[in-house]
Design a protein around this ligand. Structure first.
Ligand code: AKB
Length: 315
């Protein structure tokens, strides 16, 4: 029998492109997109779609039974900046949704889970450069704490209930198809929109804030690859470090200037600076490379060219 996949939070920045990719690979009728609202027309009309609240165990179970789902990608989450404004809601969403899906697997309704973690699991005491898979973590943001807790529970459910749950610590993801929502790394998308519209950008992080980043295509590839890897090859059941590139606002602005020489940037750091300062500058992903052959494709100038090219067609 063909595997049936449910994507929860399919309308988000990563969810939309992940659903598209999964529908390409596994067939549109085998991938059910769901979200709390039907905000993305393309998603709704390109295959099965359900309105679904990630916080409702019974509703997810009903949907899983209706479509005979065996694999869930849980993409619903509140990101770092918004979570600092709504700590309780962030905690509820980010943790209840994960427990719902882990318990569906424990109760025998589904077999496989993908759940994204983040570089936000690291904190100010983590080594800034080349943060290892296993290192000091101690996250200081609500989002980071929720992701770290989630990682511990994923590993626990795997070890104690044999749940096949897999996860990646995504860095900032840069994309042009769907807008991001409420992250600290979102500046690296906003900057391309503003460069094309106004040739000017005011950045909410200071010029030297170096953060790990990745182009969407690489993030989707990593996700698909991890889920296609044979279980026995996976040594990590909390979440894998994955890395592509690291840059500062100044470096991304220099990359943009190569294409748009009149572009200028200025800096007005806000509350997101503190969040960014708590995260490492770069990530060591050697375990993902060894276990399942992870490798990124897009470097900073590739991303700049692709972003400016695609966004200029949209504008
Ligand atoms: C955020 O900025 O909150 C996210 C993340 C790094 O997980 N993009």
């Amino acid at each position: 029998m063909t595997s049936k996949i449910l994507v929860i939070g399919a309308g988000g920045q990563i969810g939309v492109e992940l659903t598209e990719k999964l529908r390409d690979i596994y067939g549109k009728d085998n991938v059910i997109a769901s979200d709390i609202k039907a905000s993305n027309e393309k998603l709704v009309f390109s295959g099965p779609f359900e309105i679904l609240d990630a916080m409702g165990y019974e509703a997810i179970k009903t949907c899983v039974k209706k479509y005979h789902v065996d694999t869930v990608y849980l993409m619903a989450a509140m990101l770092s900046a918004t979570s600092e404004k709504h700590p309780e809601l962030a905690w509820q969403l980010n943790t209840n949704s994960l427990f719902n899906v882990l318990n569906l697997a424990k109760d025998g309704y589904i077999k496989h889970i993908f759940w994204p973690s983040s570089i936000a699991v690291f904190g100010p005491n983590t080594p800034k450069n080349n943060a290892e898979q296993h290192t000091i973590m101690e996250p200081t943001t609500v989002y980071g704490i929720s992701k770290q807790m989630g990682e511990r529970w994923c590993e626990y459910y795997h070890n104690n209930y044999d749940v096949d749950v897999r996860s990646l610590r995504y860095p900032g993801i840069i994309s042009w198809k769907n807008p991001p929502g409420g992250g600290t790394t979102d500046y690296a998308i906003d900057i391309y929109h503003e460069a094309l519209k106004n040739e000017q950008y005011t950045c909410f992080l200071n010029e030297h804030t170096e953060l790990p980043m990745m182009f969407m295509d690489d993030a989707i590839d990593a996700t698909v690859k991890l889920m296609q890897t044979k279980s026995e090859k996976l040594s990590i059941r909390s979440s894998y470090n994955i890395s592509a590139i690291s840059f500062t606002p100044k470096q991304i602005s220099e990359s943009i200037k190569k294409v748009l020489p009149n572009f200028s940037i200025n800096y007005k750091p806000d509350f997101r600076q503190k969040i960014a300062d708590s995260w490492p500058k770069s990530i060591n992903d050697s375990v993902a490379k060894t276990d399942w052959g992870w490798k990124h494709e897009f470097n900073l100038d590739d991303i700049t060219n692709e972003m400016l090219d695609q966004l200029s067609k949209q504008i």
